[in-house]
Design a protein around this ligand. Structure first.
Ligand SMILES: Cc1cc2nc3c(=O)[nH]c(=O)nc-3n(C[C@H](O)[C@H](O)[C@H](O)COP(=O)(O)OP(=O)(O)OC[C@H]3O[C@@H](n4cnc5c(N)ncnc54)[C@H](O)[C@@H]3O)c2cc1C
Length: 511
């Protein structure tokens, strides 16, 4: 087998015949001696001409080719149970791995199934009613179900990403995710995939319990009792995959005297540009409607801290992702077609333990700091006549950098609306200062990015967990509680759909 690269103008199909000819050249054989060609990667190259670059594997006639195979799921109706707390990406992929290992997952989820959850999210956007068990972060599929569904991870050390991608395709995602350099599913497609995963788990003998918020975890000589109010479940092992917003779980750990520690996270704003502008910038004015909606990412260093874009949603919308009353938190999502008029991204500053004011101490120092900033956004809006309880304080980009309250605001995709505010004062000083320096710097790489047509909205604070539940690096069990596997983003060992899913797989492997 030989790998080679071939490029094509976007919009011009790459034909089988062309592939075969290029493969023959790469292998040094005649086209009829080429057995098979497999496209393994497709990426956009917009440096000069706008191209798709394909990486292709070429196999000689008769040469063995082994496609990636997902391990079979076993019937686990009669098998030993493992309790999985949380049905986000970490919990779902842990449950699938348990099936592959012949163990029976019992998935306890505080929220509702993905269909019923949609009703609560609509209420959240229209009326600002936050159900603490059913919202953009909680419910079947976790924060991943109504997310943007971007599927890349920076780290390949966590495991084989193909295991996640191939399973997603088997459950209904497009095969494009197997080859795209920046795979994306879209919020309109994710709920169906989440339902298909549940169907598979239940068909093989696993169980789901919705509306089941775990309130206590009790250690027994031979395992655990897991309490959801008055209902008690028992199992030898527990995978805890409750996500980065499960403050009640962190408090439970503290009550029990189980170790937890403060962990750095990142804090900033959501930035919304008109998508046409980002298309023009990224494609150097050559954007055509058949091209993929343009995305961007950047990392800057400002005064010893990283300032970086996070979870960029091309053609997306902004959504309220608070999990508790009295807080304003924003995130972004997009449909598979990425066809809204807006491009949004978190632009955030790395916060390390010690960056918070001195009154915040102990393992919850950064979690409390995070919560107070989310509250201060909410309070500002309610004190200044916000029409919707979850309206976001907002400022035009150049006004923010110059320290001027914006006289008016551009239209936003954020349904609860935006209210002109002094975000440069509402954010902690060290965060505002770094953002104010970073935006003009970004403009040097992406000319046109630094513009008053861009809107900054507060606050983007749920970038990753501000708490870590430390694990034994070998066994992945909690350092104080053998048999309990803190898992995914909430444990502080993942950030994003794929890394959380991989962490779920790794924890289930250890059970
Ligand atoms: C709007 C939005 C867009 C996003 N877009 C992307 C993206 O495009 N790409 C990407 O990689 N990441 C994205 N993310 C982040 C991504 O969704 C998370 O990193 C990922 O879902 C974390 O997975 P997890 O399983 O560890 O935790 P979560 O997805 O947070 O799942 C935790 C689950 O545990 C449940 N739970 C919590 N407490 C309890 C309890 N006490 N008892 C029972 N159940 C409990 C919750 O209800 C939830 O279902 C986005 C997030 C949001 C909110």
């Amino acid at each position: 087998m030989k790998e080679f690269e071939i490029a094509r103008k976007i919009g011009k199909e790459l034909t089988e015949a062309e592939l075969k000819e290029a493969a023959a050249k790469a292998l040094g054989v005649k086209p009829e001696k080429v057995g098979r060609t497999v496209v393994v990667r497709r990426s956009v190259d917009a440096r000069q001409e706008i191209l798709y670059r394909y990486r292709v594997q070429a196999y000689r006639e008769g040469e063995a080719y082994e496609p990636y195979q997902v391990a079979p799921y076993q019937d686990v109706h009669q098998a030993d149970a493992v309790i999985v707390i949380g049905a986000g990406p970490a919990g779902m992929f842990a449950a699938l791995k348990l099936l592959q290992k012949g163990l029976k997952p019992i998935v306890l989820e505080r929220g509702k199934d993905v269909e019923r959850r949609k009703v609560d999210m609509a209420k959240l956007s229209t009326q600002g009613v936050i159900d603490p068990d059913s919202n953009y972060c909680y419910g079947e599929g976790g924060a991943g179900a109504f997310s943007d569904g971007k599927l890349f991870t920076r780290s390949s050390k966590r495991g084989d990403i193909r295991e996640v991608l191939h399973q997603l395709v088997a459950f209904g995602a497009s095969e494009d995710i197997l080859i795209d350099a920046h795979p994306h599913i879209g919020t309109d497609r994710l709920p169906e995939i989440v339902k298909n995963i549940r169907q598979c788990i239940e068909d093989h003998g696993g169980e789901y319990r919705f509306d089941s918020r775990v309130t206590d975890i009790v250690r027994l000589a031979d395992g655990f009792e897991v309490h959801c109010g008055s209902t008690v479940y028992k199992a030898g092992k527990v995978i805890l995959a409750t996500g980065h917003s499960a403050r009640d779980i962190y408090e439970l750990f503290q009550q029990k005297g189980w170790t937890l520690e403060a962990k750095g996270f990142a804090l900033g704003v959501r930035v919304e540009h008109p998508q046409w502008l980002i298309n023009q910038i990224r494609y150097h004015g050559k954007y055509q409607p058949f091209m993929p909606t343009a995305e961007y990412s950047f990392v800057q260093q400002v005064e010893d801290r990283g300032v970086f874009s996070f979870c960029m949603c091309p053609g997306g919308i902004l959504v309220p992702s608070s999990t508790e009353d009295g807080t304003v938190v924003l995130n972004g999502m997009s449909n598979a077609a990425r066809n809204s008029k807006w491009a949004n991204a978190g632009v955030v500053v790395q916060i390390e333990p010690g960056d918070q004011p001195a009154e915040y101490e102990g393992p919850f120092a950064l979690m409390d700091f995070q919560r107070d900033i989310e509250r201060s956004m909410y309070q500002w809006v309610s004190q200044h006549g916000g029409k919707h309880p979850l309206s976001a304080p907002a400022q035009r980009m150049k006004d923010f950098c110059r320290g001027i309250v914006s006289a008016d605001l551009p239209k936003t995709s954020y349904h609860p609306g935006a209210l002109s505010a002094p975000l440069h004062e509402l954010l902690p000083e060290h965060v505002a200062l770094r953002l104010r320096r970073a935006f003009p710097q970004v403009d040097r790489q992406m000319h046109g990015y630094y513009t008053n047509d861009a809107l900054l909205l507060g606050v983007e604070s749920r970038t990753s967990s501000p708490v870590r539940l430390p694990r034994n690096p070998e066994t992945l069990e909690h350092v104080d509680v053998p048999g309990l596997y803190p898992c995914g983003e909430g444990a502080g060992y993942a950030g994003g759909i794929v890394s959380s899913a991989l962490d779920g797989i790794n924890c289930a492997e250890k059970c």
